[in-house]
Design a protein around this ligand. Structure first.
Ligand code: KIV
Length: 272
């Protein structure tokens, strides 16, 4: 059997479904600005998530709750300007879709119109079903998000693994099937047991992208700043750090500071 993968010029929601059908794993990373998005896209990562984790990573909030729709649109439009290949998924922020389906649709339309993002992502299962349906009916593709949904952190009370108990696991599986049935094109599963995540992935045809959900799913997502080691206070078991940019950047900044102070920067070649 050949291991050669099809070279996709542009990733669409259909591409992801095709990848799952062909057994090709899907790569997804976050980006919140033009420069980072350009690098991630040129590295041929399939999906770029403009996550509401921007609230933590970019703005320094403790949770994802404070970020606004206007701020998400700003981040997403910066990302969209950088992209040639990846599918751009934009999080609907907390408070913009839970209260009623009409508001959910208005929020999703603003993201699509004002940022140029390709799809949106919504946290939750049956409790947001009507909002998701309304958005889907307007022709906007929706990615679901189940398991540890950070917008509900005050309900959970902790960032520990979700769906370890039978009742919550059963509900999660039902929610995943419901999201597929109403027309979502993919689902993120965050921080749940690997066995359950695999069961979900095997039970539905749409791709399941995991973060802290093991290797039995159809793709993986990480927060880019975490996998690059730019953040260092967040150390969950699922996080693989590919660089230690915190240390490398600190060293570079220190060296620059020294060079300025001792007048070795700029040198003769670095001036006009
Ligand atoms: O906002 C985000 O970065 C996310 C990922 C953790 C999946 O939702």
């Amino acid at each position: 059997m050949s291991t050669a993968k099809k070279q996709y010029k542009r990733i669409t929601t259909n591409t992801l479904i095709e990848m799952k059908a062909n057994g090709e794993k899907i790569s997804m990373l976050t980006a919140y600005d033009y420069t980072m998005a350009k690098i991630v896209d040129e590295a041929r990562i399939d999906v770029i998530l403009v996550g509401d984790s921007a609230s933590n990573v970019m703005a320094g909030h403790e949770t994802t709750l404070p970020i606004t729709l206007d701020q998400m649109i700003y981040h997403a439009s910066s990302v969209v300007r950088a992209i040639d290949r990846a599918l751009v998924v934009v999080d609907l922020p907390f408070g913009t879709y839970q209260s009623d389906p009409k508001e959910a649709l208005r929020s999703a339309i603003r993201i699509m119109k004002e940022s140029g993002g390709h799809t949106i992502k919504v946290e939750g299962g049956k409790e947001v079903k009507d909002s998701i349906k309304r958005i889907l009916n307007a022709g906007i593709p929706v990615m679901g998000h189940l398991g540890l949904t950070p917008q509900s952190i005050y309900k959970f009370g902790t960032y520990t693994v979700r769906a370890k108990e039978e009742q919550e696991a059963k509900q999660l599986l039902e929610d995943a099937k419901m999201l597929e049935k109403i027309g979502c094109f993919a689902i993120v599963l965050e921080k749940i047991p690997a066995k359950l995540a695999q069961e979900v992935a095997e039970s539905i045809k749409i791709p399941v992208i995991g973060i802290g959900a093991g290797n039995g799913v159809d793709g993986q997502v990480l927060v880019t700043h975490d996998m690059l080691g730019m953040t260092h206070e967040f150390n969950p078991r699922f996080l693989r750090r590919y660089m230690n940019l915190y240390e490398e950047m600190t060293n570079a900044f220190k060296q620059y500071g020294v060079d300025v102070k001792n007048k070795s920067f700029p040198n003769a070649k670095e001036q006009y």
